[in-house]
Design a binder for this molecule. Structure first.
Ligand SMILES: Nc1ncnc2c1ncn2[C@@H]1O[C@H](COP(=O)(O)OP(=O)(O)OP(=O)(O)O)[C@@H](O)[C@H]1O
Length: 232
């Protein structure tokens, strides 16, 4: 479904992504690994259209989306849960979730799907609370819920466990596992927390200095060649 071919990106003269290729299939979770500063977030921003791709191609279900704007990519079916969550602090939980439905037709966007409350029961209890008053873990759950309400074909998660307490990390792991089992969505998970990433990966890619240096199935993630490029 998502096909990334030889993507290159520069910040000024600094060559940040060097010919990165990867693919994510429907019902599959690809985990993107690598130390701080290797280009993971830059790659995700290129996939979302927040940063331009200098050279290379990004396609979704066979459609070339390399030149599309972020809102067009959202409408095409990519949802992005950014690092730091970026929820609207002054809007309520309910209003934040409604923002996730902005790309849907009026009919589709009329009600918040009950599935979201099944996945994240805490959000139902907090509908009227301001986003900024939620804990970090609750904000992360809200950010994922908001992305799912977009009814995406592909969800991109940038370090969802960062700064989150262990009990909520377990909840997030459970939700990603459920989404994977549902089988109708592709998941691209960028993650520093190795055990979490390994538990969810159908396959993995390791970046180092903007290049893919290792890739394979979950059984290969414990290899020395992989760990050498990670902070574990
Ligand atoms: N706006 C920018 N302008 C110039 N250089 C940048 C910019 N954003 C990031 N960089 C640099 O590009 C490189 C890749 O950064 P990026 O944030 O993609 O890494 P990362 O792997 O996501 O790291 P982290 O896990 O810390 O988020 C780093 O060397 C970083 O300093």
């Amino acid at each position: 479904m998502l096909q990334v071919e030889h993507v290159n990106q520069y910040y000024g003269s600094s060559h940040t992504l060097r010919g990165v290729s990867l693919s994510v299939d429907k019902g599959q979770c690809l985990t993107l690994l690598g130390r701080n500063g290797v280009g993971k977030t830059t790659l995700l921003k290129c996939l979302m259209g927040v940063l331009p791709v200098a050279k290379g191609k990004v396609s979704l279900n066979g459609r070339d989306i390399t030149k599309l704007k972020p809102n067009q990519r959202a409408a095409a079916g990519i949802a992005y849960v950014p690092q730091g969550r970026e929820i609207f602090a002054r809007l309520t939980v309910e209003e934040n979730m409604l923002m996730g439905m902005a790309t849907l037709s009026r009919k589709e966007a009329s009600t918040i799907s009950g599935e979201v409350y099944e996945l994240f029961p805490v959000l139902k209890e907090m509908l009227g609370r301001r986003g900024g008053d939620l804990s970090g873990g609750q904000q992360q759950q809200l950010a994922i819920a908001r992305a799912l309400l977009q009814k995406p074909k592909l969800i991109i998660l940038d370090e969802p466990t960062e700064g989150i307490q262990p009990s909520i990390i377990k909840d997030i792991e459970r939700v990603i596992r459920l989404l994977r089992e549902r089988g109708d969505i592709g998941i691209l998970l960028c993650e520093q927390y190795f055990d979490f990433a390994r538990a969810l990966a159908d396959k993995f890619v390791v970046l180092s200095r903007g290049e893919v240096v290792a890739a394979g199935g979950p059984e290969e993630m414990d290899g020395e060649h992989v760990k050498r490029h990670l902070a574990v």
